[in-house]
Ligand binder design. Structure first.
Ligand SMILES: [Zn+2]
Length: 170
């Protein structure tokens, strides 16, 4: 996880921290020493991670129900979908699936996107359970979802923005 620290003269005593994607954002008083700050961060981090995991588990419950709905609606329930969950460790991909366990893992970044984009990511990964490669047959399956092209363009924009952000930080 990347650490982003903002020092503020206006902040008197307290340190505030939150996890946004793969970044731990910390706001700290300007005069707090490095040692004290890292002590506070080490204390806060596990709690923040636990909270994030709880939040993800609750959202995953909803996500799995949505996947089952989409499977019925577009594939007559024919895709062998297993567990469906949000994960916090996919920062470059939007989703992945395991053909062995039929488990579908969706990056938590997708949770903040419009619903029609999230549905596309789910359908893309679900279709991989039948067609592992991006073959003609794979796209035939995925294009049953009417917003496929729009969602691909949206995600390309997001991925490009993220890549530029990484380059600027490097
Ligand atoms: Zn794919």
């Amino acid at each position: 996880m990347r650490l982003e620290i903002v020092r503020s003269k206006r902040r008197k005593k307290t340190v505030a921290a939150r996890i946004v994607g793969d970044v731990l954002q910390v706001r700290a008083p300007a005069d707090l020493s490095e040692g004290e700050l890292s002590e506070v961060i080490n204390r806060l981090r596990p709690r923040l991670e636990r909270e994030r995991d709880r939040r993800l588990a609750a959202c995953s419950h909803e996500l799995e129900a949505r996947a089952r709905f989409l499977n019925k609606r577009f594939f007559g329930g024919s895709l062998p979908v297993g567990r469906v969950l949000y994960v916090s460790n996919q920062h470059r991909r939007f989703g992945s699936c395991s053909p062995w366990s039929a488990e579908i893992r969706i990056s938590e970044r997708v949770a903040a996107m419009p619903r029609w984009v999230r549905d596309y990511v789910l359908i893309h990964e679900m279709a991989h359970l039948l067609e592992p490669n991006h073959s003609h047959r794979f796209w035939e399956l995925v294009r049953r979802y009417p917003y496929t092209e729009r969602a691909k363009a949206f995600l390309l924009g997001v991925a490009t923005g993220e890549a530029i952000g990484r380059r600027l930080r490097a």
